[in-house]
Write a protein that binds this ligand. Structure first.
Ligand code: NOJ
Length: 560
């Protein structure tokens, strides 16, 4: 395969709403993003993934799209988008947009027609969505077709009186799922993607890509995820889309999917695959569940971090794709807590753990995605009130926690630890009242720690987390780390995180301590010739037995 731009890329994910507000309405926008392109270029970023910017009632911050061809007024105009693409390109940065294929907003004109039997286009659009007739119990009470649960916590069915049917929504009830059996809908969706490609977009991140197919027998199930997630047929739709849209236009596509076998991983993003070029996978994202927590269960339960779990996921994906496909690495996105609060220590060891997390990920092979604010160690939110939160998911889940017996305080702590809003608070540019994000109180509160965790401060400090990110990005490019071979040398060890990334010219050894106590590292390798090139405490010579301080991390280079 000829070398593609995305194999050398450093991708940066922008959550537009919270990146930079240019017109002081409290909401981030394209003009704000444009004003920060020099910042991104200086950081070393070569591609920018922008979260959905399309017209939307913003029930799910833009993943609920009401018009695929229009830019949300919150974010600017089509001229702003064109300028953004042009200016990003002039600074040698590629542009990746989010492409949402699984659902629309209920305010999209397709759904407006679909739900209304007297609408002129009803017959054309009804089948664009997924409908089922009610069931009735022995008392004649109307029941949902199944007990399946949505990813946001409530039922997947919503009743539509005018047609006496339920429609399926695996996310919020304002996000009806599209019917991928319908050929006209598929054609319309392909045209959406082509339209943006014509505008100059270089790639897409395909949202919810493993959910496109459903089990049309609608068997009973609770939560029933297996009926709308990872069903084999979704590969067919993606492949068809790739062959007709991504391939011929040579645009990059990255999908998202949970656990996959090697066969499936290669189907998604093997070099021979027509579906995607890369895959966002989640194996390392929730390595600290507490299975015993029944008050705030599942992803909401914060337990002890399982370092093996994290290592195994990175290792597994590297091995599955090695030589047959291209790997993608990232710590977290807009759906997860902030990495420094999640796997690091955002108080006592803020700087140390921020750097440790950077070393432990960004020395690995693959194409990295940095999430906005990660480079300055932005932390989880410090919100005190339920209505400080903005995410639609928070409100259903909060009610669920109370119904499971959690107190208000326990539920609030789960939200502060685990909710998606943690990653979505506005970027902390400086220590001013609204953190340099806006001149007014933004759509979502600024984190109180912006007075001391902000870019301006870290830019002035060569020992900051930000400076470390810059150095690592430079090193990645110079040493072609994206192309290396990954070997974990302690895969069974429960305490240590130690690997080598071997490139053509060198071997890079990374040692990291994910704990707030000292740990011992025994290295069963020939240590001769390894030089310590980066450290988050002090420079240290390598030895076969080392004690690492809390969150200590070291990078050694062996020149071949
Ligand atoms: C995945 C996105 O990352 C998430 O933010 C969104 O809520 C769902 N897909 C639905 O579009």
């Amino acid at each position: 395969m000829t070398r593609k731009w995305w194999q050398d890329a450093i991708i940066y994910q922008i959550y537009l709403r919270s990146f930079k507000d240019s017109n002081n309405d409290g909401i981030g926008d394209f003009r704000g993003l444009i004003s920060k392109l020099d910042y991104l270029s200086d950081l070393g970023v070569t591609a920018i993934w922008v979260s959905p910017h399309y017209e939307s009632p913003m029930d799910d911050n833009g993943y609920d799209i009401s018009n695929f061809f229009k830019v949300s007024e919150d974010y600017g105009t089509i001229e702003d988008v064109k300028d953004f693409i042009r200016i990003a390109h002039s600074k040698n940065m590629k542009v990746i947009f989010d492409l949402v294929l699984n659902h629309t907003s209920d305010e999209h004109e397709w759904f407006q027609a679909a739900k209304d039997p007297v609408h002129l286009d009803h017959h054309k659009y009804h089948d664009y969505y997924i409908w089922q007739k009610p069931k009735y119990d022995k008392n004649g009470e109307r029941q949902m077709p199944t007990q399946w649960r949505s990813w946001f916590g409530g039922p997947v069915w919503e009743y539509n009186p005018p047609t006496d049917e339920y429609y399926l929504h695996i996310f919020s009830k304002k996000m009806p799922d599209l019917n991928w059996h319908n050929q006209d809908m598929k054609r319309d969706m392909k045209n959406v993607a082509k339209w943006w490609i014509n505008l100059g977009v270089d790639g897409f991140r395909v949202d919810a890509s493993n959910h496109l197919e459903k089990n049309w027998d609608f068997p009973e199930g609770h939560p029933g995820y297996e009926n709308f997630s990872g069903l084999p047929e979704h590969h067919k739709y993606l492949e068809e889309f790739g062959i007709e849209v991504f391939g011929p236009h040579d645009v990059m596509a990255m999908g998202e999917a949970g656990g996959a076998t090697k066969e499936e991983a290669l189907a998604y993003c093997g070099f021979e695959s027509n579906e995607f070029d890369m895959l966002i996978h989640f194996g390392h994202c929730w390595a600290d569940y507490d299975g015993e927590n029944h008050l705030t269960p599942g992803k909401w339960s914060k337990g002890k971090i399982n370092i093996n779990h994290i290592k195994n996921s990175f290792n597994r994906w590297f091995r599955m794709l090695n030589g047959d496909g291209w790997n993608l690495i990232y710590w977290h996105n807009h759906d997860h807590p902030r990495i420094i609060s999640h796997y690091g220590n955002d108080l006592v060891y803020h700087t140390e753990s921020g750097k440790m997390l950077a070393y432990s990920l960004y020395m690995m092979p693959g194409t990295p995605i940095i999430y906005q604010g990660e480079e300055i160690g932005m932390t989880n939110v410090d919100y005190k009130e339920l209505n400080d939160f903005r995410d639609v998911e928070v409100y259903t889940e909060y009610e669920n926690f109370l119904s499971f017996g959690a107190t208000h305080e326990i539920a609030m702590q789960a939200l502060r630890d685990r909710s998606r809003d943690n990653a979505r608070s506005p970027f902390q540019w400086d220590d001013s009242l609204y953190a340099g994000f806006s001149d007014i109180n933004p759509w979502m509160n600024i984190n109180g720690n912006s007075t001391f965790i902000n870019l301006k401060k870290q830019q002035a400090d060569i020992n900051s987390i930000f400076s470390t990110y810059k150095q690592l990005i430079r090193l990645r490019k110079e040493e072609k780390l994206n192309d290396g071979i990954l070997h974990f040398i302690d895969i069974e060890n429960e305490n240590t995180f130690t690997y080598i990334n071997e490139t053509v010219n060198a071997k890079f050894l990374v040692l990291a301590n994910f704990k707030s106590k000292k740990i011992k590292v025994n290295l069963d390798i020939n240590i001769a010739g390894y030089q310590n090139i980066m450290y988050n405490y002090i420079k240290r010579e390598l030895s076969n037995e080392l004690k690492l301080l809390p969150y200590e991390a070291l990078i050694y280079k062996y020149k071949k």
